[in-house]
Design a protein around this ligand. Structure first.
Ligand SMILES: [Fe+2]
Ligand SMILES: [Fe+2]
Length: 372
């Protein structure tokens, strides 16, 4: 069995030195090429609806498209500083729970904390945008590699959804916020690993289960917190799509994983663990601290101790863990992934609702999309 060192490049999951040692060294690159190592698969079996659950999802997707240009109130004025200050107030202040005594943060005044909040938001939405592009590329790959016609059909609708998501996050960043961040190194490593893998189900596991499972939880959290009506609506629309995407992953892999051997399942368990760690690592937002002139290692150790931050970070796994359980990933091979999720401190979510059917709850109601 592989060790943590083999899988994530360090023995201790929480080794801050190692985590923060990974940085994006290509911040000025415009094009990034990754080998996708997979055969494009044709199927001559065109019988639609052989997989009724996927077929239902496909039909649902066709009638759930919205238009990022015309269905959102882009005329909304956004005062980013006011929004950040408001949101911080609701959650107990930007510095809440962080013990700054004896650190450079002790000297920060309100302006600096506000600036930090603004940078955090720019960073967060930039990473969402990059992740959405990852989804766009991965889903296009699934169209090529999955052998089932119902899944190819569905995946093609997801390609369109993801284009819309990249488009609206990019537009929001450009027209309403105050700066972009390049892709975070941990997120980039993960997206590269997903795209490089030759096995079609690994694209699903990495993207639909892990990245999109986390995105659904993160968008939900932000949707609940933000007082800015345009962003709230944008997230609402995106979440209604994301819930379908995660369901697509769960429904497809449930069938496929039922037939895999222990050895094959172990590879999937290891991949899920690696993805979980990479996603957790990125939320240390080291690039924001860097930009604020604070040593990310010092900041990370302070932030990790703040109970609110811990709660937020763990909540991000509230969709992933039940979905992994539903797929049989937690307990195969002597509970291997259960052990790892326990080490990560997220196993408590195992009995929360899985997302196989939950997408119905997230659907937009009739008339909820209002063309402006
Ligand atoms: Fe998306
Ligand atoms: Fe998605």
């Amino acid at each position: 069995m592989s060790t943590n060192e083999d899988l994530i490049g360090r023995e201790d999951i929480n080794d801050l030195e190692a985590i923060l040692g990974i940085t994006n060294t290509d911040v000025d690159e415009v094009i990034h090429a990754v080998k996708d190592n997979a055969d494009a698969i044709f199927t001559w079996d065109y019988e639609k609806g052989q997989r009724p659950a996927l077929n239902r999802l496909y039909e649902k997707a066709k009638t759930s498209m919205w238009n990022g240009e015309t269905d959102l109130p882009w005329e909304t004025e956004v005062d980013q500083e006011a929004v950040v200050a408001n949101n911080a107030l609701a959650s107990g202040g930007l510095d809440s729970g962080i013990d700054v005594a004896g650190t450079p943060l002790e000297r920060w005044d309100e302006t600096q904390w506000l600036q930090f909040g603004v940078e955090s938001q720019n960073w967060m939405l930039s990473q969402f945008m990059h992740g959405e592009q990852g989804a766009l590329v991965c889903t296009a790959k699934i169209v090529e590699t999955v052998p089932w016609i119902d899944a190819k059909y569905y995946a093609s609708t997801q390609v369109m959804d993801e284009a819309r998501h990249v488009e609206v996050f990019a537009k929001y960043l450009d027209t309403k916020l105050s700066g972009h961040y390049p892709i975070n190194a941990h997120l980039k490593m993960l997206l590269d690993d997903i795209v490089e893998d030759s096995r079609w189900d690994m694209t699903y596991l990495g993207m639909q289960i892990m990245v999109e499972g986390l995105a659904l939880a993160a968008f939900g959290f932000m949707h609940q917190m933000t007082t800015e009506p345009l962003l709230k609506q944008l997230l609402r629309y995106v979440m209604s799509d994301e819930a379908r995407h995660v369901a697509f992953g769960v429904l497809s892999l449930k069938e496929y994983y039922a037939e895999l051997t222990d050895a094959e399942m172990l590879e999937r368990q290891e991949f899920a663990f690696e993805a979980a760690v990479r996603m957790r690592d990125r939320f240390l937002q080291q690039e924001v601290w860097d930009r604020m002139g604070i040593d990310p290692k010092l900041a990370a150790s302070l932030v990790l101790q703040a109970p609110q931050r811990q709660l937020f970070q763990n909540m991000l796994f509230s969709k992933i863990v039940p979905n992994c359980k539903k797929l049989g990933l937690l307990d195969r091979n002597d509970h291997w992934l259960r052990g790892k999720f326990t080490e990560l401190g997220v196993i408590q979510f195992e009995d929360w609702a899985d997302t196989g059917e939950e997408y119905e709850v997230f659907q937009l109601a009739q008339g909820e999309v209002v063309a402006s």
